[in-house]
Design a protein around this ligand. Sequence first.
Ligand code: SF4
Ligand code: SF4
Length: 71
Amino acid sequence: MIEIVSDGRCTACNICVRVCPANVFDIVADAPPRIARQDDCQTCFLCEIYCPEDALYVAPHAEGPTGITEG
Ligand code: SF4
Ligand code: SF4
C-alpha cells in the first residue's frame, strides 16, 4: 500500500497521479500530490516505478497501512 510521498524529494511532476490505476492521488497546486484514497491502493508499485525522484514508498503489505514514516 502507498505509504509516503516525500515532501523533500517530490518535485510535484504529478507522474504518479497519472500512472496510478486506482486514482489514489489528488493533485495539489504547487505541492506534492496528496494520498487521498489510500484504501483504494492496489499495491501495484507503478507510482514508485515511474517516480523520477524516488519520492514514493509503497509497502509490500497490501492489507492496510503499516504506520511507517519517512524518518
Ligand atoms: S512522480 Fe514522484 S516527483 Fe512526481 S509528483 Fe509523484 S511523488 Fe512527486
Ligand atoms: S501502488 Fe499502484 S495503486 Fe497504489 S498508489 Fe501507487 S500506482 Fe496507485
